[in-house]
Design a protein around this ligand. Structure first.
Ligand code: FES
Length: 106
């Protein structure tokens, strides 16, 4: 289990309990976090689950793989800490993770 904090573009925070093995995107959808659309359902094929990983967490979360990197080219306002949340698997080490939701997707 890991606690994840989503910060929506209007500053509202959503604290969720996430199970290991689920993805950050699935937890956003399950908890109705606004701004995560996840149109492809987690197949790394839409880039509408884009989030910004808090700077304190980028090393722990790690870098995107090549396929995700390519898909991120389609995301809006991509930054060095951008990730597709469907490609981040929850694990104990991510307990306390903070991610920000961009002001829009795609
Ligand atoms: S849900 Fe489509 S790329 Fe993440």
């Amino acid at each position: 289990m890991a606690k994840i904090t989503f910060i929506a573009s209007d500053g509202t925070t959503y604290n969720v309990e996430a199970e290991n093995g689920s993805t950050v995107m699935e937890n956003a959808i399950r908890n109705a976090v606004p701004g995560i659309e996840a149109e492809c359902g987690g197949a790394c094929a839409c880039a509408t689950c884009h989030v910004y990983v808090d700077e304190a967490w980028t090393d722990v979360v790690g870098e995107p793989e090549a396929m995700e990197e390519d898909m991120l080219d389609f995301a809006y306002d991509v930054r060095p800490n951008s990730r597709l949340s469907c490609q981040i698997k929850v694990r104990d080490a991510l307990d306390g993770l903070v991610v920000r939701v961009p002001e829009r997707q795609g």
